[in-house]
Design a binder for this molecule. Structure first.
Ligand SMILES: Nc1ncnc2c1ncn2[C@@H]1O[C@H](COP(=O)(O)OP(=O)(O)OP(=O)(O)O)[C@@H](O)[C@H]1O
Ligand SMILES: [Mg+2]
Length: 243
């Protein structure tokens, strides 16, 4: 995907969640890292068309993410999303969690939706869980169902906001493996994570966002191996100390 952000700003009252952020890159898997409150989720929401900028411009694959709600809605429909937690409807089975948006958002007929959902569940080894409610699944299984849902309609870009931060280490590994598989299969992904080892392994471009700006961005080998900015070095020294 091609991404171009020019002086992108998103304010909430006095807070500048994004503050004249400028970034230009071409990547298959873009990973956002950075301190808490730096602006990663805000940037992801803008990339997904879930929110709009206060000022500045953002274009992905030469499509300007601005304009009327219908335009943004169309962009949203073409992508897939997974957040930190609470991704599934608690009163619906795993299968129905996937078929419902396929029918309501993507206009598929019930039979076709069930077939697409089953393919997606099978792909992630979740077929035995199809008829279970979220409460009957582990956190890791729930996130895998969430991923199965996010890819069921063949999204152009998969947007993942800290998809493992609510999981314990073993479940984190399960979910990260699936994301890596999707990346290896060519899925375009933008994701935010605090898992530096994973970021380094899966990214072909890493952007460090802090105080609403890009502190540094580039290929993972460069950013992790020989960071240019003193603030990047400090951030990495802090988060890598115990890993
Ligand atoms: N809906 C909102 N209303 C008010 N302030 C917000 C809102 N969303 C984000 N902010 C503020 O914008 C800034 C950036 O937040 P954001 O959630 O994008 O950071 P983040 O990098 O995702 O942090 P974390 O790593 O903790 O998830 C923070 O100061 C946050 O408090
Ligand atoms: Mg966040």
């Amino acid at each position: 995907m091609k991404l171009h952000a020019e002086s992108l700003t998103r304010t909430y009252g006095e807070v500048h969640a994004l503050d004249h952020l400028t970034l230009s890159l071409e990547a298959r898997v873009l990973v956002l890292i950075g301190p808490s409150g730096g602006g990663k989720s805000t940037f992801l929401r803008l990339c997904g068309g879930l929110d709009r900028a206060t000022s500045g411009q953002l274009a992905i694959n030469d499509i300007l993410l601005a304009g009327d709600e219908r335009h943004l809605q169309q962009w949203r429909r073409g992508n897939g999303f997974l957040f930190q937690q609470f991704n599934l409807f608690p009163h619906l089975t795993a299968l129905r969690n996937i078929t419902l948006p396929l029918e309501k958002v993507h206009g598929m007929r019930p039979a076709a939706a069930i077939e697409a959902a089953r393919i997606s569940l099978d792909r992630f080894g979740l077929e035995a869980h199809a008829e279970k409610l979220p409460a009957q699944l582990s956190g890791g299984q729930q996130q895998r169902v969430g991923l199965a849902r996010a890819i069921a309609h063949g999204p152009g870009i998969l947007l993942l906001d800290e998809p493992t931060s609510a999981l314990d280490p073993e479940m984190t590994a399960e979910v990260l493996e699936l994301i890596q598989e999707l990346a290896a299969a060519g899925q375009h992904i933008i994701l935010s994570t605090h898992e530096m080892g994973f970021a380094r392994a899966v990214a072909d471009h890493v952007a460090l966002i802090s105080a609403g700006k890009i502190l540094e961005s580039g290929p993972p080998a460069e950013l992790f191996g020989s960071p240019r900015e003193p603030m990047t070095q400090r951030f990495l020294a802090k988060v890598m100390r115990f890993s």
